[in-house]
Design a protein around this ligand. Structure first.
Ligand code: HEC
Length: 195
């Protein structure tokens, strides 16, 4: 490789690094939605530099440039399909609510909500006894907790208690969902405080 070519590549490399620095620096500015636009713009510039100089498309035959451009068409088709899947899902999928809200509500009896919340959130600790959490189904482990009474248990589950994080670390849960999960766990551990 002759010196001129090498120094051109080095210049482009420095430019890429400078753009990287700009991109990182940009994330420290609070531009709202424009942060993403700015990042994408800079990343796009970098991609163009790489394609043009490092992949030698700048001097390539037209047909090769055409093929390279076609690659982007496929890329955007793929991104479009992925995003159309992502964007059309219901907002709250944390609890496995893949059904439209009405179907979810119709399907879920009161017991069902507790089971879903337990599966999605509480089981992470209460399934195995992680951090000393009373285990699902283990009556002896739950008994001393049950003595706090239902209201206190629910209050502890909602606001946190020792190593038990508020709402199991999921603030999007309503107090009622948490309460149903508490009842569900207790019921399946042979304790019923709902009377
Ligand atoms: C990050 C782990 C973790 C998650 C997730 C978690 N818990 Fe707990 N939970 C604990 C631990 C640890 C304790 C035992 C606290 C103690 O008594 O030391 C506990 C205790 C409890 C108690 C007994 C409180 C008392 O008064 O003795 C209830 C009720 C409870 N959890 C409900 C829930 C519910 C409902 C969920 C899901 C919404 C949940 N937990 C999710 C760790 C967790």
């Amino acid at each position: 490789m002759d010196r001129k070519k090498l120094s051109r590549l080095l210049t482009v490399w420095w430019l890429l690094l400078a753009l990287l620095g700009l991109n990182v620096g940009g994330t420290f500015l609070d531009l709202g939605a424009f942060n993403l636009a700015l990042s994408l713009l800079i990343a796009g510039l970098q991609a163009v530099l790489i394609v043009a100089f490092f992949m030698y498309l700048r001097n390539a035959a037209p047909v090769i440039r055409l093929v390279a451009a076609a690659g982007f068409v496929w890329l955007f088709l793929m991104l479009g399909l992925v995003l159309s899947d992502y964007r059309t899902r219901p907002e709250d999928i944390t609890l496995g609510r893949m059904l439209p809200e009405s179907a979810w509500a119709a399907e879920a009896g009161t017991g069902e909500t507790g089971a879903r919340v337990y599966q999605a959130v509480c089981s992470a600790c209460h399934g195995s006894g992680l951090l000393g959490a009373p285990r699902f189904g283990d009556r002896a482990a739950w008994q001393p907790h049950a003595e706090h009474g239902r209201e206190v248990l629910v209050e502890h589950a909602v606001n946190g208690y020792k190593a038990m994080p508020p709402k199991g670390g999921h603030p999007e849960l309503s107090a009622d969902e948490v309460r149903q999960a508490v009842d569900y766990m207790l019921r399946h551990s042979g304790i019923d405080l709902t009377q």
